[in-house]
Write a protein that binds this ligand. Structure first.
Ligand code: BG6
Ligand code: MG
Length: 239
């Protein structure tokens, strides 16, 4: 008999991982903390103090959106011209980039390099879908550039996280079907983006922060995230 089983159907795609799409800051390395330090400093200068709980809202979104949220927190969003706001964002970025100077391959989070090598051996594309314009510089400093097949530029999509655009673009660029992709994120907005893209979402961080955003699984850190864990996760939550 021909054409009766799923495998003989040309539209059938096996339930295997077709791409792993990584956020960068807070997933590949600790730069989420550097963003926090730099925004906190600017907030202090503007008389808008904030803590780590508020900072969760800044993760995953763009530089200018982060600034707007901080100004709103301080009731100052109407207080400055666009040029002044652009100058605040520039100052924050200068501070942030100066913190990146100390970044070396040793700052890569546990298990990440090993996972990327496993993916390469298995022929599974690894992609970066970060809101950061500093992503290429960070990947260079960590010596990870050659292990990613594609880095989505945040300006190349219409909407940032929590919209799915960055993740969907990553999947399209490597020819992967969204439902066979795993997204890895530390931000609530990022988890929402992965789920909106129809992918499996692995959260890195606190369960009480990332589960409500829709994470399928939450890991405290990247140490246990290897290829067999990703395969089990796809089987459990995906196809
Ligand atoms: C995201 C971070 O990855 O990139 C945000 O989670 C940050 O905190 C955003 O604001 C934009 O980054 P950058 O480097 O372009 O200012
Ligand atoms: Mg992040």
């Amino acid at each position: 008999m021909k054409g009766n089983t799923a495998h003989e159907n040309p539209l059938y795609r096996e339930c295997t991982i077709e791409a792993v799409i990584f956020d960068l800051d807070g997933v590949i390395t600790d730069t989420a903390e550097y963003h926090y330090i730099a925004w906190k400093q600017l907030g202090q200068e503007l008389g808008i103090p904030f803590d780590k709980e508020f900072n969760e809202q800044l993760k995953g979104i763009s530089r200018m959106q982060s600034l707007e949220r901080i100004l709103q927190l301080g009731g100052q969003d109407q207080s400055y011209s666009q040029a002044e706001k652009a100058d605040f964002a520039r100052r924050k970025n200068e501070h942030y980039v100066s913190l990146l100077d100390s970044l070396t391959p040793e700052h890569t989070y546990p298990g990440i390099r090993e996972l990327l090598l496993e993916l390469r051996s298995a022929g599974i594309p690894a992609v970066i879908a970060s809101a950061s314009k500093n992503a290429p510089q960070i990947l260079r400093a960590l010596g990870l550039e050659s292990l990613f097949q594609y880095v989505v530029h945040p300006d190349s999509v219409a909407h940032g996280k929590p919209a799915p655009d960055l993740f969907l673009r990553g999947a399209v660029e490597v020819g992967a079907e969204a439902s066979r992709c795993i997204g890895i994120e530390d931000a609530q907005a990022g988890i929402q983006a992965i789920k909106a893209a129809g992918m499996i979402a692995i959260g890195i961080g606190e369960e009480n922060v990332l589960k409500p955003a829709g994470a399928d699984v939450v890991m405290k850190d990247t140490g246990g995230v290897n290829l067999s864990f990703l395969e089990e996760t796809l089987q459990a939550f995906g196809c």
